[in-house]
Design a protein around this ligand. Structure first.
Ligand SMILES: [Zn+2]
Ligand SMILES: [Zn+2]
Ligand SMILES: [Zn+2]
Length: 143
């Protein structure tokens, strides 16, 4: 009988390489970032949104494929954060946007991030009214 190999501690995500706090490097970084950048609310936001992109409904079966976006940079408030897939998140932050190809919610988010965005596009960019900063996104969608 061979002696059993030393039991390896796995990270909850399945990664066998544990860095600290019994988490792998990726999960450890995410946990640290959660505290630093999301006020510890990252998981709450993801759970609220069902681990899906709020714009295109892509699901993050691997939770890490869904990003939490700050509507107001640096303000970690539940109402001001929402889950986006990497593609939609990239579009929100991209300076130039093909506005016509954007779903309404994505367009609203893009306008928030780029208040002067109309100066960079020839497309009709009549921002009717400013999005209230603290409006719940759930209500926003009903409009
Ligand atoms: Zn991990
Ligand atoms: Zn998406
Ligand atoms: Zn963002």
């Amino acid at each position: 009988m061979k002696a059993g190999r030393q039991q390896v501690m796995h990270c909850p995500c399945g990664n066998a390489k544990v860095l600290a706090l019994s988490l792998c490097a990726t999960c450890y970084t995410l946990k640290r970032q959660d505290g630093e950048y999301f006020g510890g609310l990252r998981e709450t936001v993801l759970a609220r949104d069902g681990y899906r992109c709020r714009v295109c409904d892509a699901s993050g079966r691997d939770k890490r494929s869904i990003t939490v976006h700050h509507r107001v940079p640096g303000r970690s408030v539940l109402n001001l954060m929402l889950s986006l897939c990497p593609a939609c998140h990239a579009r929100v932050h991209r300076t130039k946007a093909v506005l016509s190809a954007m779903p309404p919610l994505l367009l609203s988010l893009w306008r928030e991030q780029h208040p002067r965005g109309h100066e960079q596009t020839l497309l009709d960019f009549q921002a009717k009214e400013k999005l209230p900063r603290d409006v719940s996104l759930f209500r926003l969608e009903d409009e």
